[in-house]
Design a protein around this ligand. Structure first.
Ligand SMILES: NC(=O)c1ccc[n+]([C@@H]2O[C@H](COP(=O)([O-])OP(=O)(O)OC[C@H]3O[C@@H](n4cnc5c(N)ncnc54)[C@H](OP(=O)(O)O)[C@@H]3O)[C@@H](O)[C@H]2O)c1
Length: 253
């Protein structure tokens, strides 16, 4: 796969799957725009990426749910690199609770982060992606199709994201812009720490999930990164509107 001179914008690049994707694409010579709120983590990942091929990423500290920040992300990208080839909408969060025990605050936070921000950033990026005949990869989840009683807003946000992926893919096909999603199962990242799991609980949770996976091996951030890279590359030139499951077989059960 070849990303020389390709400008790739990744949201949620300061941690987990987004950071793994940034590192993966830096090794393929991409010109990276890395977005996250945690400046220290973002700079650490940017420095790591720069070491691969001596291409300095543009690190933008921003909150994707903030309208002004969303405009600044796209404007700074174009000012700095002049163009945009790939948008990876990866930033996301989770909140626990079903219809009997969640709050509208947690619903708003999850929907704003996982869906509204993607809608807005995509709207702002599309004129530039049409010029380059670029592409979009959204990070969804197997929770988009697998019902659960644990995280209603999260499941709902990812189901919406899958439909968004397909509708925008259909709309932009004649412009030569492809739109796909990756739908991972459990990956050990900081996502569940946000809902209060400590390291010990996370290890226990991970062992449990992997034990129930048909493949019996954890899905790593790098595994998802390589799928994102494939969908962002010319190798997938015939693929649009697809939701790609990567879950060690979890959905088979
Ligand atoms: N881990 C899993 O099991 C799993 C499975 C399926 C799908 N996913 C999806 O994968 C994506 C990445 O999650 P992850 O597992 O890698 O979790 P993570 O390690 O917690 O990373 C989440 C990333 O999103 C960023 N982010 C969150 N809210 C943001 C906001 N308002 N503005 C800007 N950046 C924001 C975080 O950056 P800052 O903290 O610096 O803002 C961080 O870089 C999410 O969309 C998640 O739903 C994860």
């Amino acid at each position: 796969m070849e990303f020389t001179d390709k400008v790739v914008l990744i949201t949620g690049a300061s941690s987990g799957i987004g950071a793994a994707t940034a590192i993966y694409l830096s090794k393929l010579s991409a010109k990276l725009v890395l977005v996250g709120r945690n400046e220290k983590n973002l700079k650490r990942i940017a420095l790591y990426c720069e070491k691969s091929k001596e291409i300095k990423p543009l690190a933008i500290t921003a909150d994707v749910t903030n309208d002004v920040d969303a405009e600044r992300i796209v404007n700074e990208t174009i000012e700095h690199f002049g163009t945009l080839d790939v948008l990876i909408n990866n930033a996301g969060c989770i909140a626990m609770g079903g219809i009997k025990n969640s709050t509208m605050d947690s619903y708003d936070k999850v929907m704003n982060t996982n869906m509204r921000s993607v809608y807005q950033l995509t709207m702002l990026a599309v004129p530039h992606l049409i010029k380059t005949k670029g592409c979009i990869v959204n990070t969804s989840c197997i929770a988009s199709t697998k019902p659960s009683t644990m995280a209603l807003a999260y499941n709902t946000s990812k189901a919406a994201l899958d439909q968004f992926t397909k509708c925008v893919a259909l709309e932009l096909a004649t412009d030569g812009v492809r739109v796909n999603s990756v739908n991972p199962g459990f990956v050990k990242t900081n996502l569940l720490k946000d809902i209060g799991l400590n390291d010990e609980q996370l290890v226990h949770f991970a062992q449990n999930v992997v034990g129930n996976m048909p493949l019996k091996q954890p899905v790593e951030g790098e595994d998802v990164a390589s799928l994102i890279a494939f969908l962002a590359s010319d190798k997938s030139k015939s693929i649009t509107g697809s939701n790609y499951v990567i879950d060690g077989g979890s959905l088979l059960r």
